[in-house]
Design a protein around this ligand. Structure first.
Ligand code: GDP
Length: 536
């Protein structure tokens, strides 16, 4: 995909001999087996020669000793590649060195390159910025690339890759071309309105194009914000009264010490965030401070923040002590605003509800404080008493869990199954589907069931049958602007007035041009490239 207009604009700058040649370490932090150092700009070839490298044929791999330009001493050896101007990813001569990834090697090579005339270290995102300026990538592809590098889950990776390959950019270009056709019809009508042999009705086909485009753009916007949400992840706030076991649950879900678990009420004063990968879908868990009435100013601030975060979440897990009376309705009521997010009720501590409170007590020694390693007896008690077992099988059957999580959860499931087998108990009557769950955060009973439900919810919220085109608020704004202009264009009496119609079509085309970065690009470039790291 190229941008003729834009590349023509910057081609002058590119060919200027004064354009800097930039270099940077593009691979990750050393030490590593191999490093990749990139050099791009008019003196990329000269940079290789300065290091004593015989420049390989473009796009062919060479092997070379890399020498200090001053002393001639060999610094290291490795593969070397060279790409010519327009055929390179950056759109300018680009050299790539692949030495060993040792700190001293990299430092010495970078210092040596810095001493080559016309070379300077690249700024963050500068290679990609040049690719954009040289018409190699449009703005949505640049954003896709940034997201691809940052993607933490499969779902995010897929979406980012599609965006980098031009899912939205190509569509926006196609829409814009059709708009320009419509505009040409209207302008022909304006130009030749006095001449008698101009077809009378040029406005009708222009109007038809505008209506079609409006329908298509509206359909792309009606995606439940899936694309943006997939970038951010489904936000799940764990809320509820103090001491209900929120932090313990968060730790169990996160498999690490993310929140301090304490037997004293009100210890979690801030909002703690944990990122999970559930079946390829990103989920951000928020542990909110115990929401309760308090006079302590520090705690009040925590409560305020917790309420604000919980109100913005996609889902609230309202955790209560299973020994207390509660219901989903009551949980939703406890939240300050009625119109707030979806709420699931999680009755925790079921290990204490059945057959008396043998075993784990709140904060008692048996409970442990890390929420991860309950003593064997407590785990057995919890597993035997709870009805976690049906969900254990469900989790296994669905093949729901992946990667590291999978390992951990599978162990958990296995433990549950084994315990059940030994004890031979299978109790029913415990809620295991949304919106109500019964769990023990300490023993893990019922947790796999909750995780499966979270995974289903994330998949429903973040992925649809069609991949989303809109993945950023910036895209949405631009498409909404285009749609608004099209709506005005197709509304009477504008549709009958050539000059007004032309103006609205022009505005719509401009909005689409902003989306791909053909117009009005300066305002957004710095924001977009601030997401990039050096070497990209
Ligand atoms: P939070 O204030 O809601 O975050 O509650 P914590 O996670 O700090 O837990 C309060 C106390 O309850 C701690 O002593 C935990 O060990 C204990 N606890 C949490 N979950 C369970 C559970 O499922 N069973 C039992 N027996 N104790 C639990």
């Amino acid at each position: 995909m190229t941008f003729p207009a834009l590349s023509a604009l910057v081609r002058g700058a590119m060919n200027e001999p004064s354009r800097d040649t930039i270099f940077a370490l593009s691979s990750g932090r050393p030490p590593a087996a191999i490093a990749v150092i990139r050099v791009a700009g008019p003196r990329a070839r000269a940079a290789l020669e300065a290091l004593g490298v015989k420049v390989p044929e473009p796009r062919r791999v060479g092997f070379a000793r890399l020498r200090d330009p001053a002393s001639g001493e060999v610094i290291d050896e490795g593969l070397v590649l060279f790409f010519e101007g327009a055929k390179s990813e950056v759109g300018e001569d680009t050299a790539e060195l692949q030495p060993h990834g040792g700190r001293a090697i990299i430092a010495t090579l970078l210092a040596a390159l810095g001493r080559v005339e016309g070379l300077r270290p690249a700024e963050a995102g500068e290679f990609t910025r040049r690719a954009f300026e040289n018409g190699k990538l449009d703005l949505t592809a640049v954003e896709g690339l940034a997201d691809l590098v940052m993607a933490e889950t499969e779902g995010q990776r897929r979406q980012a890759y599609r965006q980098m390959r031009g899912a939205l950019g190509k569509q926006a270009d196609a829409w814009r071309e059709r708009l320009i056709k419509a505009l040409a019809l209207v302008e022909a009508r304006i130009d030749f309105s006095d001449e008698s042999d101009v077809p009378e009705n040029l406005l009708a086909p222009a109007g038809a194009i505008a209506r079609e485009l409006a329908t298509e753009i509206a359909a792309a916007l009606a995606d439940g914000h899936r694309g943006e949400r997939l970038r951010e992840g489904m936000v799940v706030a764990i809320a509820g009264p103090p001491n209900a076991g929120k932090s313990t649950l968060l730790n169990r879900l996160a498999r690490r010490e993310a929140a301090i678990v304490s037997p004293y009420a009100g210890t979690t004063r801030d909002v703690i965030e944990v990122h999970l990968d559930l079946g390829g879908m990103p989920v951000t868990l928020l542990d909110t401070a115990g929401i309760r009435e308090t006079d302590d100013p520090v705690e009040m601030e925590g409560v305020k923040r917790a309420q604000a975060r919980a109100a913005e979440a996609d889902l609230v897990l309202w955790v209560v002590d299973a020994r207390e009376d509660s219901s989903v309705a009551a949980a939703a009521d406890r939240r300050s605003d009625e119109s707030g997010p979806l709420t699931w009720l999680v009755r925790n501590k079921i290990d204490l509800t059945q057959g008396g409170s043998r075993g784990v007590e709140d904060g008692g020694a048996a409970g442990g404080t890390d929420g991860r390693e309950p003593p064997k007896e407590a785990a057995a008690n919890g597993a035997a008493r709870g009805a976690q077992n049906s969900d254990a099988f469900e989790g296994v059957g669905r093949g729901a869990l992946r990667n590291n999580e999978q390992k951990d959860w599978s162990n958990d499931l296995l433990a549950n199954v084994v315990t059940r087998g030994l004890r031979g108990t299978s109790e029913s009557g415990v809620q295991c589907t949304e919106p109500e769950f019964s769990i023990s955060a300490t023993t893990g009973a019922g947790v796999s069931c909750l995780v499966s439900a979270l995974e289903r919810q994330a998949a429903e919220l973040l992925s649809g049958s069609e991949p989303a085109l809109v993945t950023r608020a910036r895209h949405r704004r631009a498409l909404e602007d285009a749609l608004a202009a099209l709506a005005r264009a197709t509304a009477r009496p504008v549709a009958d007035r050539e000059d007004l119609l032309a103006e609205e079509l022009r505005l719509a085309a401009r909005a689409l041009g902003r989306l791909t970065g053909r117009v009005d690009v300066e305002d957004v470039l710095d924001v977009i490239f601030s997401d990039f790291c050096i070497g990209k």
